[in-house]
Design a binder for this molecule. Structure first.
Ligand SMILES: [Zn+2]
Length: 449
């Protein structure tokens, strides 16, 4: 039995057409003007609705360990929320586990998620400055079926610039994408120590404690490495317009640098850190001032960023309000479910980008970067039947009540939207429709690349 979506506005890779789309046995089997249903085909009328490839959130942290406890969204709750927002694939993170090799750590994470994810998933493997790595280890990861590693220039995973340079060279040989959390640790440490010495330790100093120049400087160093030896790197969660401009200029010179930004950096500014519930908005890097936010939006609309991710890392209000200093507050916010609604409203509904361009930012481009294309990220015969249907006229006020994350809040509470996902289909299974979650047990697969 197949499913036919009838009469929708189909967002294909290079054009938008009105027509029908059929999914059978997990795959898209037909796209055409009028598909004649067979006896047992289910036909869903989507006239007046937009039919897009399922969204890929290439940066989420589900069930992430923080000491002995976990972030509040486990695989089940995080991925259920994802489907409710039109996301059909996520890329999660595996961290190196003491006593295990990189490959064993990756395998542990994949097995941990299997049977618990409602969406399909892939994984980025974190390599810390303290983890031994060599070409063979990186080749093993590639052979296992992932194509990306993650490095940090800060935190416990910190890796020095010289080692990053080595990893970039090694990864090039292995055909792996290197993604980097770029905030210069020395600049951050200096700002943190300065604030602490003045006893300015409240959450209101969060943005000052991780200044945007830390991001700018780290990205500048990475661009420099890539430019020198024709290497390539991907910068995660760019928070500031100035960094965006730096990346845009490097790209124009032909440097192989790619980057993602997140909805919160585009929509919110650091004024929220003055609020009494400021902890709910603490993430790293922090939100920037209004001027930088506007510049980031400019760069985003100019096409500087390859895609948008959420860095979904959800804490409950309890976990958030547990501390009230900028250095003890758990950093991270929920986001996957609101990725498509927010970006759709900032681009398509706002008449700033067309739906084809938006779909590239949310589906096609991340699929290509992380080796999931053309299985994922595109509506095409032979690709997985991953679909999100958007009602362009549906008006919604985002609220904490309607959001499905176990964090029970959204940083976009109260924002008015026009256009919202009404149906999500994962490999031919209608998982979410008109506000109802329909997938019984988690059926997400690990997708190799
Ligand atoms: Zn992250």
């Amino acid at each position: 039995m197949g499913i036919i979506l009838k009469g929708g506005t189909l967002v294909l890779e290079d054009k938008v057409v009105i027509g029908d789309l059929k999914i059978n046995n997990e795959l898209i089997t037909e796209i055409g003007e009028k598909i004649v249903p067979l006896n047992d085909d289910a036909v869903i009328d989507v006239t007046g609705k937009q039919v897009l490839p399922g969204v890929i959130d290439a940066h989420v942290h589900y069930k992430m360990a923080i000491g002995k406890v976990y972030t509040v969204d486990n695989f089940e709750t995080g991925s259920r929320a994802a489907l409710c927002g039109g996301v059909t694939t996520v890329i999660d993170y595996a961290e190196p586990i003491e006593g295990l090799s990189l490959l064993e750590s990756l395998d542990y994470r994949v097995k941990e998620a299997k049977g618990h994810n409602f969406v399909d998933f892939s994984v980025h493997m974190t390599i810390s400055g303290y983890t031994p790595f060599d070409l063979e280890a990186i080749n093993e990861l590639r052979a296992y079926g992932v194509n990306s590693i993650k490095l940090y220039t800060t935190y416990d995973f910190i890796m020095g610039y010289d080692t990053i340079f080595d990893v970039l060279r090694t990864a090039k040989e292995a055909g792996m994408v290197v993604t980097i959390h770029a905030e210069d640790n020395e600049i951050v440490a200096e700002a943190v120590n300065d604030l602490k010495s003045k006893n300015k330790i409240g959450v209101e100093f969060h943005a000052v404690s991780r200044p945007s120049k830390a991001e700018y400087y780290a990205v500048e160093r990475i661009i420099d490495m890539c430019e020198k030896e024709d290497l390539s790197a991907h910068i995660v969660h760019v928070s500031s317009g100035l960094t965006g401009e730096l990346i845009s200029k490097a790209k124009a010179r032909g440097v192989k640098i790619s980057a993602e930004t997140c909805p919160h950096y585009l929509m919110l500014n650091d004024e929220v850190y003055k609020r009494t519930d400021a902890q709910l908005y603490v993430m790293q890097p922090p939100l920037r001032n209004e001027e930088e936010r506007l510049k980031l939006m400019d760069e985003f609309l100019k096409g500087t960023f390859d895609f948008v991710t959420t860095d979904h890392c959800a804490y409950s209000p309890y976990q958030k309000f547990f501390a009230n200093t900028f250095f003890e507050t758990n950093g991270g916010i929920p986001g996957t479910e609101t990725l498509l609604p927010i970006i759709y409203n900032q681009t398509v509904s706002a008449n700033k980008l067309d739906i084809l361009a938006m779909s590239k930012l949310l589906s096609v481009n991340p699929a290509k970067k992380f080796g999931l294309y053309p299985k994922k990220g595109i509506l095409k015969v032979g690709s997985y039947g991953d679909v999100v249907v958007i009602d362009p006229d549906l008006e919604v006020v985002l609220s904490n009540d309607m959001i499905h994350t176990a964090a029970d809040y959204t940083t976009f509470n109260g924002i008015k939207l026009k256009g919202y996902p009404i149906m999500t289909i994962l490999r031919g299974m209608v998982a979410y429709r008109d506000g109802k979650f329909l997938m019984g047990d988690p059926k997400g697969n690990f997708i190799t690349c």
